[in-house]
Design a protein around this ligand. Structure first.
Ligand code: ADP
Length: 521
């Protein structure tokens, strides 16, 4: 069934491309269309362990409005030119701005960067694809709007793009996909639709009631290639009066298991509403600088060296904070519950700190930062990383099993295990990163083959990735194999119905449209 489906190789004939680019220039102006080396290099994933030239796009076009997106898609559909939509292209660790395949035209929506609405009373914003977390931060903070946002580790990327990929943050609204409410979507024929209540012209509840009438489509436009999302409603959290952080360092590596089992009921009953993230020692050390400052050997850091470095840096084998957001009285009660639950279960104490207004650093509200990207230079630069992120059951035993197996595979391949478990309400996101030096071809090869093995071994254990790198879309899609890949075949039936030519992101998440499947046979 899979043989030949990953073709990705339907070249755009030069005269077709030239015609498309001329049409695009008419729509967006020649300054916003790129081809040749500019396009090929500008969208390269600078952090991947593969030669970016092997999957570079042919061209790029940057619209400024939904109307322009529609016009571009219509031209693309008429000429059979596949587009690869991106919002800001800062999807680092999962592919950056790069497409999955060559022979596409990037649909770069970075110029569509308006915050279209901020409804303080109802607690939501409506954003275009190009709005970054930094933009939203400044909009909220500079205007003293009493709403808080959630962001992933760095704030360069798109609010909309990250929610579409189901990114996670660390406030009570950290499960971004679940806070999306109402989208505007351009479909593969260039027509326009609004999801949920937005399907009714004049509705007042587009960004309040997420479901609408009939099937709900917001989730179907996430991690998919069924449409181009040109605006999105996103719920924001009312600014809390206080945040109270309970920080813990676990000096015993095996305390991961009990910590997770203690956390589960606290997440389940809502005592802890944010998503605590238990990060390992390498995750802490890598934020402080390259490994060469600690050790000059090759392969994974030996346990005794790591332990000495850990103690010198004053970090645990696992480090995390349980942050409570809200009214001080309520936080105080919940903090007591958290302390009581952990007492005697792990060998560590909480360190408490509170925020009650003013400077947002240390509050739990994200502040503009790129610091998280520095860790990629752990093994020297230019650094790269690949993020392997299986979902784990919310159980100490399961997390431990996943941790030991994944860590063992990292070390066998010669890498340090960099990882952590971010707690959802009923699951854990086990987010691990292979850090490598991109100038070192042997390291790149080992990173690629380790990733493939991680997907396979994960699947043998029933672990699926929550998201993956563009380079591995097909492998991960194949690992979702229940009933001979029934879900994947369903996705492709939908794709064939809405976009059989593959005008929008052919092959994204391993969903190939008919034209590409047939070309592969
Ligand atoms: P970010 O800048 O937040 O990291 P990206 O722009 O890199 O997000 O988007 C990540 C991926 O999500 C893209 O490769 C693309 O597959 C998909 N995507 C992003 N924006 C859109 C959109 N507006 N419509 C459809 N798919 C999108």
């Amino acid at each position: 069934d899979d043989a030949g489906r990953r073709t990705g190789m339907i070249p755009i004939p030069p005269e077709t491309l030239a015609r498309a680019l001329a049409e695009f220039a008419r729509i967006v102006g020649a300054d916003n269309v790129w081809s040749g080396d500019t396009a090929r290099t500008s969208y390269a994933d600078a952090m991947a362990p593969r030669d970016p030239a092997s999957y570079a796009p042919d061209a790029a076009v940057a619209p400024a409005s939904t109307d322009e997106v529609q016009a571009i898609v219509r031209v693309a559909a008429e000429l059979g030119v596949p587009l690869w939509p991106i919002s800001r292209g800062k999807n680092f660790g999962y592919g950056g701005a790069a497409p999955h395949i060559p022979n596409v035209v990037m649909l770069d929506m970075v110029r569509m960067n308006r915050i279209l609405e901020c409804n303080v009373e109802m607690g939501y914003v409506v954003v275009e694809p190009g709005v970054s977390f930094d933009d939203l931060y400044h909009y909220l903070v500079d205007n003293d709007i009493p709403l808080w946002m959630s962001a992933p580790a760095h704030t360069w990327g798109s609010v909309l793009g990250n929610a579409l990929e189901r990114g996670v943050g660390y406030t009570p609204y950290g499960e971004h996909a679940s806070k999306v409410c109402g989208m505007e979507v351009v479909t593969a024929d260039g027509s326009l639709l609004r999801t949920g209540m937005g399907a009714m012209a004049g509705s007042q509840t587009w960004h309040g009631f997420p479901y609408g009438y009939g099937p709900s489509w917001d989730p179907a436009f996430m991690q998919s290639n069924f449409g181009v999302v040109t605006r999105m409603g996103l719920w924001l959290m009312p600014r809390p009066a206080q945040t109270l952080n309970l920080a813990m360092k676990l000096d015993r590596v095996e305390d991961l298991s009990p910590a997770i089992d203690v956390l589960r009921p606290l997440k389940l009953d809502g005592t802890v509403q944010a998503n605590p993230s238990l990060g390992n020692v390498i995750r802490s050390l890598a934020t402080r600088g390259p490994r060469s400052a600690l050790w000059q050997g090759s392969g994974p850091m030996p346990a005794d060296v790591l332990d000495a470095a850990r103690q010198q840096a004053g970090v645990g084998h696992w480090n995390f904070g349980i942050r409570l957001f809200g009214d001080p009285d309520v936080n105080a009660i919940n903090a007591r519950k958290v302390r009581a639950a952990f007492a005697g279960k792990v060998q560590a104490e909480f360190e408490e700190s509170e925020w009650t207004g003013g400077d947002l650093r240390g509050s739990g509200h994200p502040t503009p930062t790129l610091a998280a990207l520095g860790v990629v230079d752990w093994l020297g630069g230019p650094g790269g990383h690949l993020t392997f992120s299986p979902v784990s059951a919310f159980s100490g035993a399961e997390a431990w099993k996943q941790y030991t197996l994944v860590r063992g595979m990292y070390e066998e391949a010669g890498f340090d295990y960099y990882g952590g478990f971010t707690a959802g309400q009923r699951y854990l996101n086990h987010i691990t990163m292979i850090l490598f030096n991109r100038n070192d071809q042997d390291m790149c090869d080992r990173a690629n083959s380790l990733f493939t093995r991680l997907i396979e071994v994960g699947a043998q254990n029933g672990w699926g990735e929550y998201r993956t790198h563009t380079l591995f879309y097909d492998e991960v899609a194949r690992s979702y194999d229940y009933n001979n890949g029934a879900m994947r075949r369903w996705n492709e039936r939908v794709k064939d119905a809405v976009d059989p030519q593959g005008i929008i992101a052919p092959g994204k998440m391993g969903i190939w449209p008919r034209r590409y499947r047939e070309a592969g046979e």
